[in-house]
Design a protein around this ligand. Structure first.
Ligand SMILES: [Zn+2]
Length: 727
């Protein structure tokens, strides 16, 4: 592709410089960003974290609060150290961070990336908690980085006044010279710059910080000029070599910025980062995941989804189908029972996960699995795919990845200690990957950056708003006369995940540009113990006694692991009519809150322990016999004391692979906490205590057991994305 062709693409697209584009971002009630509001391709939209709050004292709330503590432990002078150092501004008595943020460390061009993540995380956390000190710190950091950018305009003037990074432009020179001598910098500077740009854009989109928008716009201008000059001088082949290095979500942030600015250069630059070596095969539905670095390509794929959201079906439909193909491929041929993927940061060939869990020739098999930041990006992709389709399977997968791959990486009760890699092997601990647990001030890995974002947005993607449904089963309640249909004048409410929380829901808003009052139409309160006993109670109440009624459809996700025959849904105590089908939406269309009365919806979606087989198509029983235990979306692992002789032995003989009820029993002792899950599996070879992976802290555990039975039988595999609903 030539440069002229690429610039032509930018000029041809429908420029989104709508008069009100900048004003929309001031409206924080509807969704998390102006960019999302401007999207033309979504059936449903998420709510802003301003409107959704996690209920206090839940696991999610504790995780969020721990993360808030950590964000506040990181002071502005340390967060800005490398930027000031690069710009030549006085450092005063600032103390630099260690780890990947070390000012002169061996991995020098990673420094600054975490500061970008902190900007994104603090914007999300401020929306979620309104914390005053964090608000002050975030504004101060943007201001200080603005000073650094101004100083850089004189220090690094070659491509304009916008350079901002924790390292000098020399690193980009080296990258563009393809690291010919004497360059010794061989890392990933665009990966780093992406975090800073996204952080600034989030400060603008979520907190309306206009200086942050000015900073990111100047950065975009600088890099646009730098990149187009490189291509004009050296040709596209050099640019393609540059793209062989990890560039994070440069395409992602540039599509979002374009939706704010309407500047065609921003769109052109976004397209330039849509690496065709990746998207070419993926758009042609070819599985090229094997051997590729997972997080590099997950972040790129988030950008591909953003491309579809930005320029729409007419110009980017193949990107939507490509992203959907990618999700299907990743989850059906490369994923673990956690919902996550990758070993040593790379994907294996399809259906070849056995050697990543147990391999006598590879000491880190089972240890260096599932890089945490890959789960963060997977969740973004699933959220895009869900918003396009309302396909409940995407939220099933989202729940798996969130429950195990996010909630499982934070050390309990200790702020700032998280995992890079999530061990999924035999007799492992979370700390015995080659990275171990991180430390608050001396790690700052990629996964620390994504971790602080993940734990700031735990209230995201619980509820969605929007019209239309696919795979939906309509139900009625006899509590009053159901509406004839979901009227076109209102939006529906979608309960995508069952997490104790509150929602301020304003019915009928079209989101973009519409004036919104402070008072919502509906207060939604959810009390959920879905992960423990399959139950959730959702209360809808009106903040105004003057309100006669509200008419909208409530869509409830019936997880694919629910036992439909035992499922119950009631409205104000009366069962709804209509079938409850696992893996579908259950839609209740009716008038709510008639004459201001409160309505209560009870859902009971019971599940049971099932086996989930390790994805390996070899003929060796050592791999094909490997199964994990799952309960709903929760991966259960066998836990052991440090000295247990069984900890390193995952070969077990079990009574049956299809009927687990005879040998896997719920622990119901009077001392057990009713808010936790614990099972005991009694096998011929060992008695195993099973608890959720996300509750493991320091214990040794085993994820996959090599199971044999007295007589051969097929595993009843627990559903992930591609399997049919059970029962
Ligand atoms: Zn990472």
């Amino acid at each position: 592709m030539t440069m002229n062709h690429m610039i032509g693409l930018g000029l041809l697209v429908c420029v989104a410089a709508k008069a009100g584009a900048l004003q929309h971002s001031q409206d924080k009630h509807f969704c998390e960003s102006c960019g999302e509001q401007a999207s033309i391709t979504n059936i449903v939209n998420p709510f802003s974290l301003v409107d959704v709050k996690i209920a206090e004292n839940t696991n999610e709330w504790k995780a969020q609060q721990l993360n808030l503590k950590y964000l506040l432990m990181l002071n502005v002078s340390s967060l800005s150290y490398n930027f000031k150092n690069t710009s030549g501004l006085p450092l005063d008595d600032a103390v630099p961070f260690g780890g990947w943020e070390t000012p002169h460390g061996p991995v020098g061009d990673d420094r600054g990336h975490f500061t970008g993540h902190w900007l994104s995380a603090s914007a999300l956390m401020i929306e979620a908690t309104s914390d005053a000190q964090l608000t002050k710190n975030a504004a101060e950091l943007v201001s200080v980085l603005g000073e650094c950018q101004k100083a850089n305009a004189k220090k690094f003037p070659k491509f304009g006044p916008g350079y901002l990074s924790g390292f000098p432009t020399l690193y980009f020179d080296c990258l563009e010279n393809l690291w010919q001598k004497p360059c010794r910098y061989m890392q990933v500077p665009y990966y780093n710059v992406h975090k800073i740009m996204q952080g600034m854009l989030d400060q603008y989109l979520l907190l309306s910080n206009k200086q942050a928008l000015e900073i990111v716009t100047l950065m975009a201008d600088y890099f646009y000029k730098r990149i187009t000059t490189l291509i004009q001088t050296n040709g596209t082949s050099v640019w393609e070599r540059v793209l062989d290095t990890e560039a994070g979500g440069m395409n992602d942030v540039m599509y979002q910025l374009y939706r704010v600015s309407g500047n065609a250069d921003h769109l052109t630059m976004a397209h330039l980062f849509d690496k065709q070596k990746w998207f070419g095969p993926i758009l042609n539905k070819t599985d090229i995941l094997g051997g590729n670095h997972a997080n590099t390509h997950l972040a790129l794929t988030v950008g591909g989804a953003q491309r579809f959201d930005t320029i729409g079906p007419a110009k980017a439909d193949s990107y939507r189908t490509g992203v959907e193909f990618f999700v299907e491929t990743l989850t059906s041929a490369h994923s673990y029972s956690t919902g996550g993927s990758n070993f040593r940061e790379y994907w294996t060939q399809p259906h070849q996960l056995g050697q990543t869990i147990v391999d006598v020739k590879d000491a880190i098999a089972g240890h260096d699995t599932e890089e945490s930041c890959t789960t963060y990006n997977l969740l973004k992709i699933l959220r895009h795919a869900f918003r396009w389709t309302t396909d409940p399977r995407y939220m099933d997968m989202y729940s798996y990845a969130m429950t195990n791959g996010v909630m499982g990486i934070q050390k309990q009760n200790t702020p700032g200690v998280m995992l890079y890699l999530l061990p999924l092997g035999v007799g492992v601990t979370k700390g015995n990957s080659t990275r171990s647990w991180g430390t608050p001030f001396n790690s700052f890995w990629c996964c620390y950056g994504t971790g602080i974002e993940s734990f700031s947005k735990l209230a995201d993607s619980i509820y969605f708003q929007g019209k239309g449904a696919t795979e939906s089963v309509n139900a009625t309640s006899d509590a009053n006369t159901p509406s004839d249909a979901v009227t076109s004048s209102v939006d529906d409410l979608w309960v995508a995940r069952y997490v104790s929380s509150t929602l301020r829901f304003t019915v009928g808003s079209e989101g973009e540009g519409e004036a919104r009052g402070d008072a919502p139409d509906v207060l939604v309160t959810q009390q959920s113990s879905m992960d423990v006993d399959g139950k959730s109670t959702i209360t809808l109440s009106s903040p105004s006694s003057q309100q006669p009624k509200m008419t909208f459809a409530l869509h409830l996700r019936v997880p694919s692991w629910a036992i439909a025959s035992k499922a119950v849904v009631t409205v104000n105590g009366k069962p709804i009519s209509g079938a409850i089908v696992a893996g579908k939406w259950l839609t209740i269309s009716r008038d709510w809150m008639v004459a201001g009365a409160e309505d209560t919806v009870l859902v009971v979606f019971p599940t049971e322990v099932r086996l989930r087989q390790l994805d390996d198509n070899s003929t060796s029983h050592a791999y094909t016999g490997m199964n994990s235990f799952v309960f709903g979306d929760t991966l259960l692992v066998g836990v052991y004391t440090a000295t247990s002789p069984d900890a390193g032995n995952n070969n077990i003989t079990v009574p049956s692979l299809t009927d687990l009820s005879s040998w896997v029993k719920r622990k119901t002792s009077s001392t057990s906490d009713s808010s936790t899950i614990e099972f005991v599996a009694t096998t011929a070879t060992q008695v195993i205590t099973l608890i959720p992976l996300h509750q493991v802290d320091e214990q040794r555990y085993t994820v996959y057991y090599n199971m044999s039975t007295p007589s051969p039988s097929n595993v009843k595999n627990a559903p992930m994305l591609n399997t049919q609903p059970q029962k």
